[in-house]
Design a protein around this ligand. Structure first.
Ligand code: ADP
Ligand code: MG
Length: 274
């Protein structure tokens, strides 16, 4: 402590100098921005407030796990982020666009252009091949059949199903079916992948395979928001957000949005000790 203080610390710097910013990196426009979002279902006595003032920014290329107990508001938040529902109060912006100013049709366009959904139940059409299921979202895009086919095949290759393209869902394992669902979510090249409990119906091995696909998608530049209550799944994310009773109660940054996902290329890793 007897060492002389550096010049600026000795008082040469005016007192008005701002403190160093908590986050030195410049923050580009977030892909997702929720500002004091409240969501109320029903009215009067029966009203349920599922979100009670949620604010959250998600940067491009980030990989966010949202964790919380059943009934905490996770799916409500996912529905709002996915433009499937609108806030009762507050604002929701996607790529800087305030969705409050859009009508149903415009919201649908935004959803189709920007977001790929993966749900717990795979939601595949039973008597159609994997390839046909993945081509479906392209049906209305005005693409030629050959181009639809080419893109669907590429998406299926990306999820490791090159050899199962002509199988029907019934002929596939749960893990394979979920990967078909991921290919279907990807085929329109959305910048954001939204997944609600995607491993909820999968065994450990299939969950791990699916999360490896997510890791690679994120490393390739897709933003991912995954809702889960499994620590093994959240361990793949770069940021873990906790939600409880409609409030965000935790927000833990693991690695920077632009960094590779923490478990990329480390198959077989167990849950990260906390
Ligand atoms: P989570 O996905 O975390 O289980 P949800 O977002 O589905 O939670 O639900 C949050 C709260 O909102 C719960 O109390 C739930 O019962 C209620 N809720 C969800 N959807 C509706 C709805 N459509 N109508 C009425 N209440 C709902
Ligand atoms: Mg839910």
């Amino acid at each position: 402590m007897t060492r002389p203080l550096p010049r600026h610390a000795a008082g040469a710097t005016p007192k008005t100098q701002p403190l160093p910013a908590a986050r030195p990196e410049p923050q580009p426009q977030p892909v997702i921005r929720l500002v004091s979002v409240v969501k109320t279902y029903g009215t009067g006595e029966a009203a349920v407030q599922a979100l009670r003032g949620v604010s959250l920014d998600v940067a491009g290329r980030d990989y966010v796990a949202i964790m919380g107990a059943s009934g905490s508001g996770k799916s409500t938040m996912m529905n709002i982020i996915g433009c499937l529902d609108v806030p009762s109060e507050g604002q929701f912006l996607i790529d800087g666009i305030d969705t409050g100013s859009l009508d149903e049709q415009q919201l649908a366009v935004l959803r189709n252009r920007k977001i790929g959904f993966v749900f717990q139940a795979f939601n595949l059409i039973p008597r159609m091949t994997a390839l046909a299921n993945v081509e479906l979202p392209l049906s209305y895009a005005g693409l030629r059949a050959a181009e639809r086919r080419r893109r669907a095949e590429a998406a299926l290759r990306l999820v490791g199903l090159a050899d199962r393209m002509n199988a029907q869902p019934m002929q596939l394992s749960g893990g394979q079916q979920q990967r078909v669902a991921v290919a279907r979510a990807l085929v329109t090249s959305p910048s954001l992948i939204l997944a609600d409990e995607p491993t909820g119906n999968l065994d450990t091995r299939a969950s791990r395979d699916l999360m490896e696909v997510f890791d690679r998608l994120n490393a390739a530049g897709r933003t991912i928001v995954v809702i889960t209550h499994e620590a093994d799944v959240a361990a793949h994310a770069k940021r873990v957000v906790g939600i409880q009773d409609g409030h965000i109660v935790a927000d833990r940054r693991i690695t920077a949005p632009g960094a590779p996902p923490p478990l990329l290329g480390r198959p077989g890793r167990g849950p990260v000790p906390s």
